[in-house]
Design a protein around this ligand. Sequence first.
Ligand code: ZN
Length: 424
Amino acid sequence: MIRYLLAGTAALLAASAAAAETYAIQAGRLIVDAAKPARGPSTVIVENGRISRIESGFTAPAGAIVVDERSRTVLPGLIDAHVHLTGDPGTPFWRDAVDSNELAAVIGVKNALLTVRAGFTTVRDLGAVGLSSFALRDAIRDGIVPGPRIIASGGALSIVGGHGDVSGFRPEVNAALDPGGTCTGADQCALRVREWAKKGSDVIKITSTGGVLSQQGRGLEGHFDPAEIRAIASTAHRLGLKVAAHAHGARGIEDAARGGVDSIEHGTFADAAALRVMKANGTWMVPTLMASTGLKDRVNKNVYTPVVEAKARQALAVWGRALSAAHRAGIKIAFGTDSGVFEHGRNAEEAELMVRLGGMSPREVLVAATTGAAELLGLSNDVGTLDPGKSADLIAVDGDPLADPRAVAHVGFVMVQGKPIPMK
Ligand SMILES: [Zn+2]
């Protein structure tokens, strides 16, 4: 026992010692804020885990550890507002009845490292079994394992038999696997919000419509009724928590936005009427185009059950259309991928899809992945730009991500809260 305690203490001391170092990160090109013009050769000075100042040219204050990124572009760490770190893609659904929640947390350790090495220094985890995503979040926060800062929902609120419930097994097995997030009626839904807040949620996730990868065969339209959504949103907001609503069908999107959720995740079948309600309510869209890449790689391959296969084809038929319409309508867009539906570490590929399918400019995509997502997550004071005083969350990439959306997929250096991430 004492040995374990000592090992833990050593890890904590090592983490705080690293944060106390001064770094001089020399950048060939520097993007301080994705919305503003890039700077030429510059040096970012990091002290005590925070950005203390930015100097022109290449400098090296006495005692600082110099990080040579003179051939690269340095920019704010990327933010993925929709991940599932504790799961891997293509896992057969029956494994839900076999694998432990503890295994999920360990899988999350692997995926957290893949994700942070891909340049994502903050993620929002929107759905995990048990308390696995909280354990992962806390372990990274305490410097026990490397990874991105995590904003975690824990589980998801769902109707009975909805996307966030467990279906597809014998009734008694479904009951045994009940994730504790289903509710019926405004009062019970408000209670679930309070229960998850008590367990440690940083954000409330609801599956306001059907979803593709669950074994429920009740379509992709609205599941919760408007009174339930209003109760969830107002209860969460009173506790200082935002609400992320998984939503595919247009009427379900409309109900969720009108009910006061903060973001629509996926938004697959959003039509003009749904987008009007989102715009009027200031609702964000998190497009998760990479989720469809995950589906595309797996349909017609006997990976999915018939009920999932049918929903996957429906979603794939309109890939990218909703983002394109939302962008034209001036909806606020935050970068998010749904990693876990596809392989962790490929998150940055979303950027190229947002340009090609969504009609966004590379700069707009970079804003969505930095200041945009930071605003949605309520972290604007700490991350999203490289302004002095903010957390030292930054990455270096080959090429110019303001001109080429594929540049963010070529990451050579990552720092999270003043600590460099081991890249191999
Ligand atoms: Zn998801």
